[in-house]
Design a protein. Structure first.
Length: 169
């Protein structure tokens, strides 16, 4: 019978504490992975969890969530887009999309207007305050991304993105 290999994993009570390999090594404990570390989804989830925890902290500075920031970003890039198109692009259901738009509209960042072509459709636009917020969001995200991207060469980063796209596109 094969004895499962023991590998190191960061074990911590604070989920955001071990966000870099060096930090993980400092807080590591020996853990039997029993081939869990051979499961692609495990690694994708670990990477996503680390990045998500960090971006939550970064966007909290402007009192936005990741979905709020992505919504602002796409509305800014696609003025007049519909709620349905936006929800589809971000893989959100209609109720979630509407709740996010309601929140952003309540903060004066987005305005919803009835389409002149199709009265059933709402078109979305950034307000001047929304445009200013988007500039801040892009700056915060750029810094957040830099902290992870600097771990790779440009070629590695392009390959990583291309490989990840094979999973979800």
């Amino acid at each position: 019978m094969k004895t499962p290999a023991k590998r190191k994993i960061a074990v911590t009570d604070n989920a955001s504490a071990a966000s870099t390999p060096a930090e993980a090594a400092d807080t590591a404990a020996v853990m039997n992975f029993d081939d869990l570390d051979q499961v692609l989804g495990f690694h994708v989830r670990q990477a996503q969890g680390t990045m998500h925890r960090r971006v939550i902290t970064v966007l909290a500075r402007v009192e936005l969530t990741q979905k709020h920031a992505a919504t602002l970003w796409l509305v800014g890039a696609n003025p007049g887009t519909s709620q349905i198109a936006l929800g589809g692009a971000l893989r959100m259901d209609r109720a979630t999309t509407m709740a996010i738009i309601d929140k952003l509209e309540g903060r004066g960042l987005v305005v919803r207007q009835r389409s002149l072509v199709d009265r059933r459709r709402h078109e979305l636009f950034l307000t001047p305050a929304g445009q200013k917020m988007l500039v801040k969001v892009k700056s915060l995200i750029k810094e957040h991304e830099r902290q992870f991207a600097e771990r790779f060469t440009q070629a590695e980063l392009a390959t990583l993105v291309s490989l990840l796209q094979r999973i979800y596109v």
